[in-house]
Design a protein. Structure first.
Length: 245
């Protein structure tokens, strides 16, 4: 028995100007050069704020390994089942599983011109495994953006952070509040605080981050561009665009 044909999307309710704008964007994407990027930065450094701009400007797919892992477990994919087995046993999910998830995700059409990888690699071993996977395709990481922020500033940033779980959009109670308190600007759905967004947990995570990630920055060498991420958002965005131009 043949598989059912995929259903076509109903575009009749989408405004014409929105459709035209999307078509123009897709045509522009056809001429964009391929880019494979890694974002490095401690919690609260602004990677989540800048990644939508990086994705849209360069026609890349955004890969957040934590989100990918949760989705694979929820969808009970083969790799998701392997990950769940490890998690249920109280073990860490292996690097091979995470790299496998990245390999699968990057085959999707939206990743045709490349990707921006957020949250991985976190240590040199992971960086080496990622390189090996890409090398089998004749590919490599093109650039690494290292978002640097003094630890003291990060504490204030992280403890006020709000997140829209479904999309990953992030806000801040003080620096970048939503239009209506407590809800996402686009969907009106409630925002949440991550349970580990507190000062005590952050200080522990920062110590781990610096110990693990400093060697990763050295590993990528000349591919690394240091972004002064303690500046205003638009200034950070200008640094990012300059680095990727």
């Amino acid at each position: 028995m043949s598989a059912a044909a995929p259903q076509s999307a109903d575009l009749s309710e989408i405004p014409t100007d929105a459709l035209i704008k999307e078509m123009q964007r897709r045509l522009e994407c056809l001429n964009k050069p391929e880019k494979r990027l890694v974002l490095i930065g401690p919690p609260g450094s602004g990677k989540g704020t800048q990644s939508p701009m990086i994705k849209n400007d360069n026609c890349l797919c955004h890969l957040a390994t934590g989100d990918m892992l949760r989705a694979a477990v929820a969808n009970k994919t083969p790799l998701g089942l392997e990950a769940k087995k490890a998690m249920d046993a109280g073990a860490l999910v292996s690097d091979d599983i995470v790299v496998g998830l990245i390999a699968e995700a990057t085959k999707k059409p939206e990743c045709r011109t490349g990707f921006v990888l957020d949250g991985f690699p976190r240590n040199v071993t992971q960086a080496e495994k990622l390189n090996e996977m890409l090398a089998k395709r004749g590919q490599s990481i093109d650039k690494v953006l290292n978002f640097t922020v003094p630890d003291a500033i990060l504490v204030e940033r992280v403890t006020g952070r709000l997140v829209h779980p479904a999309s990953g959009r992030s806000y801040h109670e003080k620096f970048s509040p939503p239009k209506v308190a407590g809800v996402d600007d686009l969907t009106g759905e409630p925002l949440v605080k991550r349970k580990d967004d507190n000062a005590e947990t952050l200080k522990r995570r920062l110590a781990e981050f610096h110990a693990q990630t400093t060697p990763v920055v050295s590993f990528y060498g000349e591919k690394v561009v240091h972004i002064k991420a303690d500046k205003p958002q638009e200034t950070v965005a200008e640094q990012v665009r300059s680095a990727l131009s």
